[in-house]
Design a protein around this ligand. Structure first.
Ligand code: PEP
Length: 247
């Protein structure tokens, strides 16, 4: 089945109001790539100014709390980011799984919160280098899918990003064959969990995607887009990745 490509950026804890000027060129490129969906997740403080600056671009959050409101000092709910202009959120990024000890159950709750608030979600999974070296990449990733997939998972609001932890920000990437193998395993697991909807769900690859390797990685079997960290910070690097998605 032909799935529309999704090229998503993740600014992590980077950016400023001045840096939002980069979004102008990204939005212009997105307008010239009608076959591709383009989205950028930014720090919470930049959601509203980004959404106001480039209304045609999907602006997202990098995380949300699972509750809608309450005594959770410093946290932000899906309803709050939606009110600020976010149309989606990342959940379960490996940096949060590691730094904030987020469990699969936490990630499932956060994805459910996105659905409750009426926004989309990109749910991240991925193995560590030790897990890959032990031959456990597939079982780790499919286990994360089983543990963190929310009720009502459907392609119209949820995408999965496979991001090997050892490939994020390192300049290292798996081979195209390795990416295709894991994406195939994810889709097979999704078929068990959500039946026919698995065929419609977009599976993104993330981890050191650059203008140089985007075309090859996006061409792998079962790869329906990319989640891009460092190379999403500037239009100069992100636009060629959008173009690779459109090719
Ligand atoms: C990410 O943050 O999700 C990511 C893939 O980062 P990078 O592209 O910098 O490896």
């Amino acid at each position: 089945m032909a799935r529309r490509k999704l090229i998503a950026g993740n600014w992590k804890m980077n950016g400023s109001v001045a840096a939002l000027a980069e979004l102008d060129g990204i939005a212009a490129a997105a307008a010239h790539a009608p076959g591709v969906d383009v989205a950028i997740a930014v720090p919470a403080t930049l959601i509203a100014p980004a959404a106001q600056r480039v209304p045609a671009l999907a602006i997202g959050a990098e995380d949300v709390h699972m509750a809608a409101s309450g005594a959770h000092t410093g946290c932000i709910s899906a309803e709050m980011v939606a009110a600020a202009g976010a149309t989606f959120t990342i959940v379960g990024h490996s940096e949060r799984r590691a730094d904030q000890q987020e469990s699969d159950a936490d990630v499932k709750g956060k994805a459910a919160a996105a659905r409750r608030a009426g926004i989309g979600a990109i749910l991240c999974v991925g193995e560590t280098l030790a897990e890959r070296d032990a031959g456990d990449a597939e079982s780790v990733v499919t286990g994360q899918i089983a543990g963190s997939l929310p009720d009502g998972a459907a392609a119209d609001w949820l995408s999965i990003a496979y991001e090997p932890v050892w490939a994020i920000g390192t300049g290292r990437t798996p081979t195209v064959a390795d990416v295709a193998a894991i994406h195939g395993a994810i889709r097979a697991k999704l078929a068990v969990l959500i039946g026919d909807e698995a065929v419609r769900m977009r599976l993104l690859y993330g981890g050191s995607v650059t203008p140089d390797n985007a075309r090859e990685l996006l061409g792998a079997d079962d790869v329906d887009g990319a989640l891009v960290g460092g190379a999403s910070l500037t239009a100069a690097k992100f636009v060629p990745i959008i173009e690779a998605g459109a090719a």
